[in-house]
Ligand binder design. Structure first.
Ligand SMILES: [Zn+2]
Length: 261
């Protein structure tokens, strides 16, 4: 029985997820009748895999304790333009952050990893190649993505990443045991600016600060970010006011190790 075998059920959900991500839902519609008996379960599992802030496929930290601080996180770097600019902005504001770095980008820009570390920020694991099919990969490939990035970032930074975030936040049930083997905790976010898709800085900023409160984990990007109507990275008009607003509201801006202990 499919429903009594979690691995078979997951493979079905995995196939659906992979198809959703890679081919588009129209390609899998003809296949659905063949799996009609498990369709509801497949849909639920596929939804679980595609739900970044859910804990249905493994533990998921979405916020920290209320201790007067928020954590700022940047995904998808390091980037030769944005990362140095972010480091200067953080330094000017006396703020700290966590950088979820991509292994292959880190190998291309090892000096940026050292710069992040030397400024006192934490470097975390965002997979090795940032494959958008991550949630559809088998466990061996998931393990390789996590392990290779972990080895790269540890070697370059001289410190071991403590947290992992999946590409686009999409996971599958194979990930949790892989993270446990590396002593990694899965972290998503409580507020995100959608700075990779929204070219309007004022809207990106509003998503982050409109209801900001202590314990929040904020998500921005230092790679693949959107650009405004003048062609400048949206982040340029978002990060300084974000840091100023946090200060006005008495919130320290810290990295994940400080927020989560
Ligand atoms: Zn990413």
């Amino acid at each position: 029985m499919i429903a009594r075998d979690p691995r078979r059920v997951f493979h079905l959900a995995n196939a659906a997820t992979g198809a959703l991500l890679g081919c588009g839902i129209s390609h899998i519609l003809p296949l659905l009748p063949a799996a009609a008996g498990a369709a509801g379960l497949q849909a639920a599992l596929a939804a679980a895999c595609l739900c970044p802030r859910c804990a249905w496929v493994g533990a998921n930290v979405t916020r920290g304790p209320a201790r007067g601080a928020v954590a700022l996180t940047f995904d998808d770097g390091p980037d030769p333009v944005l990362t140095p600019w972010i480091l200067k902005a953080l330094d000017a504001a006396g703020a700290q952050a966590s950088f979820f770095c991509v292994g292959e980008k880190a190998r291309r820009h090892p000096g940026l990893i050292r710069a992040i570390r030397d400024a006192g920020h934490s470097i975390e694991n965002h997979s090795d190649r940032h494959r958008y099919s991550f949630a559809a990969l088998p466990q061996t490939a998931i393990a390789r993505e996590v392990r290779t990035a972990q080895q790269t970032l540890t070697a370059l930074a001289g410190q071991v990443p403590l947290f992992f975030r999946a590409p686009a936040g999409f996971r599958n049930p194979w990930l949790a045991p892989v993270l446990a083997a590396h002593g990694l905790r899965y972290v998503s976010w409580s507020r995100r600016g959608l700075d990779t898709i929204d070219p309007r800085p004022e809207r990106v900023l509003r998503r982050l600060v409109a209801a900001i409160q202590e314990g929040d984990i904020l998500l921005l990007h230092d790679g693949a970010g959107a650009r405004d109507h003048k062609g400048a990275p949206v982040l340029y008009a978002v990060l300084p006011p974000l840091l100023a607003i946090a200060r006005e509201r008495g919130l320290a801006v810290v990295g994940l190790p400080a927020l989560l202990g």
